[in-house]
Design a protein around this ligand. Structure first.
Ligand SMILES: [Zn+2]
Length: 192
């Protein structure tokens, strides 16, 4: 199911809209100093998106304070870009999940479908089960998911706690983890 989803341009369009919405909320709140925010996006060359991915994926939305003497960055949470990873967040979640469970998808198949190799898959698993699992965010948020998701079940266990299937499920998971994508903007984006 996740393989089909990752080829669906609608998912990525919807994620783009969610990011625009999160960015608008961040901009309306303004800088912590009270100053106005100006758009100052980061360029991106994301990997793993479907054919026909919008050009809006070439930038990570971000702002700079307009006040002289402040100029601080405010980067809104994102459901598209998971930290500094070159692959889109949806892949880091769903392709990782495909390698888990009772009948994991073979590495060769994932490589053929998404261009994600064994080394990258291993790195992602380490990130989920060590870095993410130990993060302040996850320690605080995991209690909202029942039954509890063990570190070794990440990220598949996390995905499975969200109902709905398809596009809605993927968006909900990415919204849930979005707070970890920024350290400079605290918006309530929880998906539960
Ligand atoms: Zn400021």
């Amino acid at each position: 199911m996740y393989t089909k989803l990752l080829g669906d341009v609608r998912l990525f369009e919807l994620l783009g809209q969610i990011d625009e919405d999160l960015a608008r909320q961040a901009r309306e709140r303004g800088c912590r100093c009270g100053g106005r925010l100006h758009r100052a996006c980061y360029p991106r060359k994301p990997r793993g998106g479907p054919v026909g991915l919008s050009a809006q994926y070439e930038r990570r939305l971000s702002y700079c304070c307009a006040e002289d003497g402040c100029r601080k960055r405010t980067t809104p949470p994102s459901v598209r870009f998971l930290g500094r990873k070159v692959y889109l967040g949806a892949l880091v979640v769903l392709v990782s999940a495909l390698r888990q469970g009772a009948t994991p998808t073979r590495v060769g198949v994932l490589h053929e479908l998404f261009g994600v190799g064994e080394r990258t898959l291993r790195r992602w698993r380490q990130w989920w089960q060590q870095v993410f699992a130990e993060s302040t965010f996850w320690r605080a948020a995991r209690g909202r998911l029942l039954p509890v998701v063990a570190a070794r079940e990440l990220p598949r266990g996390l995905v499975e706690r969200f109902a709905g299937g398809g596009v809605e499920q993927a968006c909900a998971v990415l919204r849930f983890v979005a707070p970890i994508t920024t350290g400079s903007c605290a918006l309530a984006v929880g998906g539960l």
